[in-house]
Design a binder for this molecule. Structure first.
Ligand SMILES: Cc1cc2nc3c(=O)[nH]c(=O)nc-3n(C[C@H](O)[C@H](O)[C@H](O)COP(=O)(O)OP(=O)(O)OC[C@H]3O[C@@H](n4cnc5c(N)ncnc54)[C@H](O)[C@@H]3O)c2cc1C
Length: 438
């Protein structure tokens, strides 16, 4: 049975592990952290992300832990609506509405889909080197050999630094993001919205259990040292309702502050038997809410390519051909929208707001079709696939107990049938309240 080592246990890494197991690979996930991270605030899951989750057999479960709002949109700093989006229209057009999940809860669902013994915490990967037709991975817990390494180790990827030494380092996108989740607001509803100011923006969206995910960004020099909660309140505490109410419901120690970095485009996502997925390949500004979605797409596509192509190297080449143009285009679009959303020059902000008011919401939504309309490549039954060449199993050469664990378990029930395109529960709030306050 072919074997893969996944470096990094974030959304991209766990999804890749699930996808690879579904096509019959043995998998080990090596995570640097002491535990598989349950850190984070909210994440947007657009229809393309839900279709990827459907291909992994997880869409229904994720739907149950997600929040969904009927409308959202953009407001200016005085609170006036500039543009409103009907989430039912998103669902009508694409089969799923926009859903919001807590990152920790999504990670929990992904982890639950994998046997625990495949997940190795405290296993920072230190080195990866080619070894015949495979790769040897050195990590804090020992050494393992595999046919394929999936580099899912995030924006500061060691896999990318090591395998792509010529690549430029991630660059500061010019803005800092604050993310936080409120305590339950006691049933007081609010429409999700994004407020655009000058060089600053703040938004919020409903999570299950009456909580709200709040996200803010500002054009500031990187590395600010101010207390994150104090800074958010200083910047946004005087913005229109319900922003102050939202901020008052955020525990002061629950604000995450991240300088935003993007990866300069790579010439390939594959080198030898190392394939990059997610932020390691294409970290982008969060403006379009596609960081998690594109990582999930990568994971599903990688598995589909490996299933469809009898030769691993050809499959990886195909993965790169399919994923690079799409993800780099989405990253460029996120950067453009990010620049517009954070324009600080007063006439520029005025023009931006005018344009947002004049463009009909239907046109805006249609313009997102190339991003949201993604469908997973079919995870077909493989035909005539030769076993990967020598060293087929991830072998433990030192310090490891149990190699890649139980691995295997090839399932044949994949392929996006889990609800993809089935209407997706437009609007409604089914599932709200489950795991309230988790
Ligand atoms: C702690 C954290 C919180 C986040 N919170 C949010 C949020 O609230 N909202 C949002 O929209 N996005 C958030 N993001 C970003 C978002 O999760 C990603 O943009 C997106 O999901 C793509 O994920 P990824 O799996 O490619 O990378 P990541 O989510 O960054 O995961 C990479 C993983 O690799 C591990 N790793 C790194 N180096 C090594 C190594 N050498 N060996 C082994 N493991 C390694 C890291 O510990 C991490 O678990 C967060 C990211 C992180 C790391």
């Amino acid at each position: 049975m072919p074997a893969a080592v996944v470096v990094g246990g974030g959304i991209g890494g766990l999804a890749a592990a699930i996808g690879l197991r579904r096509i019959g690979w043995q998998v080990t996930v090596l995570e640097r952290g002491g535990a598989f991270s349950e850190i984070g605030a909210g994440l947007a899951l657009w229809p393309n992300a839900m279709r990827a989750l459907a291909a992994l057999g997880l869409a229904e479960r994720v739907r149950e832990i997600a929040g969904v709002e009927s409308v959202g949109g953009v407001r200016d700093q005085s609170g006036r609506w500039l543009s409103r989006t009907d989430n039912a229209e998103v669902a009508r057009r694409h089969g799923w509405p926009l859903l919001m999940v807590h990152r920790a809860e999504l990670l929990r669902e992904l982890m639950a889909a994998l046997p625990g013994e495949l997940l190795r915490a405290d296993s920072e990967v230190l080195d990866v080197r080619p070894d015949g037709d495979g790769v040897v991975v050195e990590h804090r817990g020992g050494r393992v050999r595999a046919d394929l390494v999936v580099g899912a180790d995030g924006v500061r990827s060691r896999m990318r630094r090591q395998g792509w030494p010529e690549a430029e380092a991630p660059r500061y996108a010019g803005c800092t993001a604050w993310r936080m989740v409120t305590e339950p607001l006691g049933g007081r509803g609010a429409e999700g919205a994004l407020f655009w100011g000058r060089g600053e923006r703040i938004g919020f969206a409903a999570l299950p259990g009456g909580r709200f995910y709040c996200f803010a960004a500002a054009r500031v020099p990187e590395g600010g040292a101010e207390d994150p909660y104090a800074e958010v309140v200083r910047r946004f505490g005087g913005w229109p309702d319900p922003v102050p109410e939202m901020l008052a419901a955020v525990p002061p120690d629950a604000v995450m502050r991240h300088d935003v970095y993007e990866t300069p485009p790579l010439a390939s996502y594959v080198r030898g038997r190392v394939a990059l997925v997610g932020d390691a390949a294409h970290a982008m500004e969060p403006t379009l809410g596609q960081g998690a979605g594109t990582a999930l797409e990568d994971a599903v596509t990688l598995a589909a390519c490996l299933r469809a192509e009898p030769d691993v190297d050809a499959a990886l080449a195909r993965y790169d051909r399919v994923r690079r143009p799409r993800t780099q285009a989405i990253a460029r679009r996120s950067a453009r929208l990010g620049a517009a959303g954070l324009v600080a020059w007063a006439p520029g902000a005025w023009l931006r707001n005018l344009a947002a008011r004049l463009v009909p919401p239907g046109v805006l939504l249609r313009s997102m079709d190339p991003v949201l309309g993604w469908t997973p490549p079919e995870l077909r039954e493989q035909r005539g696939r030769s076993a990967p060449r020598p060293g087929g199993q991830a072998r433990t050469d030192s310090g490891e107990g149990g190699g890649t664990g139980s691995g295997g378990g090839a399932r044949t029930d994949s392929g996006g049938r889990d609800r993809a395109g089935s209407g997706g529960g437009a609007g409604g709030s089914r599932g709200r309240g489950r795991r309230a306050g988790a």
